[in-house]
Design a binder for this molecule. Sequence first.
Ligand code: SAM
Length: 259
Amino acid sequence: MSLAQTKPEHELSTGARPIGATTEDSAAANVQQMFDTIAPTYDRANHLLSAGLDRSWWTRTARVFRPVLQRPESVVLDLCCGTGDMTMALYRHRPAAPEAAPILAVDFSHQMLARGAEKFAPHNIIPIEADALHLPIADNSVDLVTSAFGFRNLANYEAGLAELHRILRPGGQIGILDCNQPEGLTGALYNLYFKTILPRLGGLISGTPAAYRYLPASVERFPRPPRMLQLIREAGFTQAHWTSYTLGTAGLYQATKKA
Ligand SMILES: C[S@@+](CC[C@H](N)C(=O)[O-])C[C@H]1O[C@@H](n2cnc3c(N)ncnc32)[C@H](O)[C@@H]1O
């Protein structure tokens, strides 16, 4: 029996694979096009479908990194920033000092980033259109990388972690906030909502049902916390841990690049 027949998908997968995508390049192109398409309705759909929990998750995550955010010289990069709400939650903890370094907000969807850029314009935040797997950022130059609900969409998780490891300074931190598939009764209720109700509602709001069928499929495929923590450690990080949010339906991965 082959490995592919004995292991569940979330243990095999090394990256997102939207339906029809057979290679990393086609997966990335598909994801980029999908977010360009849903960008105009993304914020509305997000707040509605998460019943406003998205805001509390961004706020809670930003609070965790307050010590590093408070240092004016800290270089902070919000990866897969999309329309920018996680970035804005981080920004609220930045000092007002004129010498404070700008937050770098990265996304490869032009349409998502354009909406983020409108929110960033009055603030010390620089939008950068770039692929998370090929960041235009120097080695060992960043103190904190966050990513909210974006990392799961990368075409190769190991390559994504390697890229984060490359740009972080020794002692730099990652904060990856993403959806999770809970177990037990919560998992059953979650599946009922996430796999039947959410795709219909999301499809209605966005006019792009495929994007909201991809969402539960991508969470199903995303490694569970023990496997994801293993990947993080294998990428060279230490102090890796996961904090469950809202009954395990989401959670925050934190880790530090070895000094
Ligand atoms: C679900 S949205 C999350 C946006 C925002 N962080 C939030 O919390 O609302 C995922 C974002 O990840 C971006 N993304 C996915 N793969 C990417 C990649 N390889 N490089 C850069 N951005 C990527 C998408 O374009 C999209 O804007």
